[in-house]
Design a protein around this ligand. Structure first.
Ligand code: HEC
Ligand code: HEC
Length: 206
C-alpha cells in the first residue's frame, strides 16, 4: 500500500515544491522504488536517502525551511519528531501535505527519519530579532519546554522557531484546529491573541 502511494504523492509534491531541490535530485527520487527488498540494507538506505531529499525541498537542505509556515525540524527532539509523524499519519494532527509525507514512509523509515533530523544542528538564526523582554507566561512554558525553551522531555524545542509558524501553531491549539495535545489546547485558549503574538515574537528571537 505504501509502495503504491509513493509515486502519486511524489508527483503532487514536485508541483508543490517546485522551488525546492535541484532538478537532478528530484528526478533521482522518482526513479527509486518506494519499498526495499526485504534484507537488502543497501537498497533500504538508498530509498530512505531519496525520501529524505524530498523533506529538504520544504524543510531546507541546510535546515532552514523554505517558507515561514514550515517548521525547523533539524535538531528538534527525536521523540517529538516521531510523535508528530505518527500523528500526521493517523490524522490526529491534520496537515494535508504532512499526511502524504508520513504515509509515504514505512514505520522503520519514520523512526530513521526522526533520528536523522534530530541529530542535525538547529540552524543558526539569520536575522537578529529584536529580543523583547520575556512575557510573564514564559515561566509556565519553561516547566515543560525547558530552560530557554530549548526543548527536552516532554516538550519540543521552541527557541528560534519562526514567528509565523509559532503564532499559527498557538492559534490552532487555541481554536481547536490542532488537537493532538489537550494540555497545549487549554493553555493556548487561556491566552489572548495579543498575548500569543507577544509570546511568539519573544520565542522566535531566542
Ligand atoms: C511540501 C512541503 C513539505 C515536505 C516535502 C515535507 N514537509 Fe514536513 N512540514 C511541512 C509543513 C508546512 C509543516 C507544518 C504543518 C502544520 O503545522 O500543519 C510540516 C511539519 C513537519 C513536522 C512537525 C514539526 C513540528 O515542529 O511540529 C515534522 C516532524 C515534519 N514536517 C517532518 C517531515 C519529514 C520527515 C519530511 C520528509 C519525509 C517532510 N516533513 C516533508 C511541509 C513539508
Ligand atoms: C505541561 C507541559 C507544557 C507546558 C506548560 C507548555 N507546553 Fe507547549 N507543548 C507541550 C508538549 C508536550 C507539546 C507537543 C505536543 C504535541 O504532541 O503535538 C507542546 C507543543 C507546543 C508548541 C508546538 C510546537 C511545534 O513545533 O509545533 C508550541 C508553539 C508550544 N507548545 C508553545 C508553548 C507555550 C508558548 C507555552 C507557555 C505559555 C507552553 N507551550 C507551555 C507541553 C507543554
Amino acid at each position: 500500500m505504501i509502495s503504491n502511494r509513493f509515486p502519486t504523492v511524489f508527483g503532487v509534491l514536485v508541483a508543490l515544491a517546485a522551488l525546492g531541490a535541484p532538478a537532478n535530485s528530484v528526478e533521482h527520487v522518482v526513479e527509486v522504488p518506494a519499498v526495499p527488498t526485504p534484507g537488502n540494507a543497501a537498497e533500504a538506505a538508498a530509498i530512505l536517502g531519496a525520501k529524505l531529499l524530498v523533506c529538504n525541498t520544504c524543510h531546507g537542505a541546510d535546515g532552514v525551511p523554505r517558507n515561514t509556515a514550515t517548521p525547523v525540524i533539524w535538531g528538534q527532539q527525536e521523540s517529538y519528531l516521531l510523535k508528530q509523524l505518527h500523528d500526521f499519519d493517523s490524522g490526529s494532527r491534520e496537515s494535508e501535505v504532512m499526511k502524504w509525507m508520513a504515509t509515504a514512509l514505512t514505520p522503520a523509515e519514520v523512526a530513521s527519519a526522526a533520528a536523522y533530523f534530530a541529530k542535525r544542528s538547529w540552524p543558526a538564526r539569520t536575522a537578529s530579532a529584536a529580543s523583547a523582554s520575556p512575557p510573564a507566561a514564559v515561566a509556565v512554558c519553561q516547566a515543560c519546554h525547558q530552560q530557554n525553551l530549548a526543548g527536552g522531555l516532554p516538550a519540543p524545542r521552541l527557541a528560534g522557531q519562526r514567528y509565523e509558524y509559532l503564532v499559527d501553531a498557538m492559534r490552532r491549539y487555541a481554536e481547536g484546529e490542532r488537537t493532538n495535545n489537550p494540555e497545549m489546547m487549554n493553555m493556548m485558549k487561556a491566552l489572548s491573541p495579543a498575548e500569543r503574538e507577544a509570546m511568539a515574537r519573544y520565542i522566535s528571537g531566542l
